[in-house]
Design a protein around this ligand. Structure first.
Ligand code: ZN
Length: 238
């Protein structure tokens, strides 16, 4: 096989591996991200519940203020009733008292209702806190796993970069820029095999002449359709 073609195949194999590192990193981080997202979901829920409880508290204190006002009013009515002179006045005061008492009972019901809802929400907060606590173990595990897998990947990265540096060292500059130009648009698929007499990059069929040249592997052959560098796959890998 043409020495330069062999170099190009090796270089593109290394580049393909380098290109795959980002996906690998995302895959490694995924498990941890999933549990962290779950944890954030519970935290958000707690925050929402706490805001709702605060609003319930505000509504409750409004009702308490109202209760105070109504109690004062009833006291005033009692004072007034001591000074009453006519039946008409008495009836009017009784009616006023009745209404105030009704309002007091309504305010008390409302406070009880608000307290009940607040209690339910507090229980929901406790449930979410329990879930967060249970997740802590999974998070710690995922962190440990992520860390070790990342270290492993980092090692592979360093090795691959070193191999690439070694590869490029005795690479003819012209050949390198020729390859890099194709790589700019073809990415990891810049140097591709020929399978079933077709370019494995664009899948177009090659004519017999080009195909024969690829099989000979004496020259660097570009796909006439897409421009990628072609090579023949042999069983022994040569
Ligand atoms: Zn092609």
């Amino acid at each position: 096989m043409n020495k330069h073609l062999k170099q190009l195949i090796d270089l593109s194999t290394l580049d393909k591996e380098i290109d795959s590192f980002a996906d690998e990193e995302a895959r490694i981080n995924q498990r941890l991200n999933t549990v962290l997202e779950e944890q954030n979901g519970y935290r958000d829920e707690i925050e929402t519940l706490a805001t709702e409880i605060e609003e319930l508290g505000n509504a409750k204190s409004k009702n308490n203020t109202l209760l105070g006002e109504l109690t004062d009013k009833i006291k005033e009515i009692e004072k007034k009733s001591a000074l009453i002179k006519s039946e008409k006045e008495l009836k009017a005061l009784q009616l006023e008292e009745e209404i105030a008492k009704e309002q007091i009972s309504h305010a008390n019901d409302e406070i009880a209702r608000l307290d009940k809802i607040a209690k339910e929400k507090e229980a929901d907060i406790a449930t979410n806190e329990e879930k967060i606590e249970k997740l802590a173990e999974s998070i710690a595990e995922a962190e440990k796993e992520t860390e070790s897998e990342m270290a492993e990947l980092e090692k592979r990265k360093q090795e691959t970069f070193a191999q690439k540096d070694e590869q490029i060292k005795d690479f003819p500059q012209k050949l390198l820029s020729f390859y890099q130009k194709i790589r700019r648009w073809a990415g990891s698929e810049s140097v591709v095999p020929v399978r079933k007499q077709a370019c494995f990059g664009c899948h177009m069929r090659l004519n017999n002449k080009i195909y024969a040249e690829v099989l000979k592997s004496e020259e660097i052959v570009n796909c006439p359709h897409c421009g990628r560098i072609l090579y023949a796959e042999f069983e022994d890998g040569e």
